[in-house]
Design a protein. Structure first.
Length: 195
């Protein structure tokens, strides 16, 4: 269902591909495409409030060529960063089901393997954190005890990679102050130091 402000736009309406530098040392894992964001524009974290927060912070940290991401052809390029998600289709109710995440797990596991230069995996939210841990288990990396998600949680994956956690830049988190611009900047500064 389209919203009034986008009624004249054609929606992407398909699985949204990952986006960024294939030689990235920072891999960012989000939740899923927003119904009127990436599902509309066809690029991860593009055209919605979460993306506005994320790309501004990535630009400030030197990972993005510009602070705004409005549509696929707006000239945005990521530098040393790559963005993907636990699920690649816009889920009903803006929350993917466990079955949807499980269906997308092989793709995330493959991206983890292909992005061989990645040193930091930044999970945006609990669902992304859990999806990363499940994808890592596909390559034989199993944690005991299982690391707990938290903002600025940091866990070594292996000798070369680290998993970082951040609250997701969703409206719910940003408008309530659970995630501030300073908090997101701090996580990205830590990621920059680790890469």
């Amino acid at each position: 269902m389209r919203v009034r402000r986008f009624r004249d736009q054609e929606y992407w309406g398909r699985p949204v591909p990952s986006f960024g530098d294939p030689r990235a040392r920072l891999l960012i894992v989000g939740l899923a495409p927003a119904a009127h964001g990436a599902n509309r524009t066809g690029r991860m974290f593009t055209g919605d409030d979460s993306g506005a927060w994320l790309y501004r912070a990535l630009h400030d940290a030197g990972f993005a060529s510009q602070a705004e991401s409005l549509h696929r052809d707006d000239g945005l390029a990521l530098r040393d960063a790559y963005v993907t998600a636990a699920a690649h289709c816009a889920p009903p109710g803006n929350r993917p089901s466990p079955a949807e995440i499980a269906a997308c797990r092989p793709f995330l596991a493959r991206e983890l393997a292909l992005l061989s230069r990645a040193r930091v995996v930044l999970a945006l939210g609990q669902i992304a954190w859990d999806a990363v841990l499940a994808a890592l288990a596909c390559e034989g990396v199993v944690f005991r005890p299982r690391p707990r998600f938290g903002h600025q949680a940091e866990v070594p994956i292996d000798a070369r990679r680290v998993l970082l956690g951040s609250y997701h830049p969703s409206r719910q988190n940003t408008q309530t102050g659970r995630l501030t611009r300073e908090m997101l900047a701090s996580v990205l500064a830590r990621a920059r130091a680790l890469v």
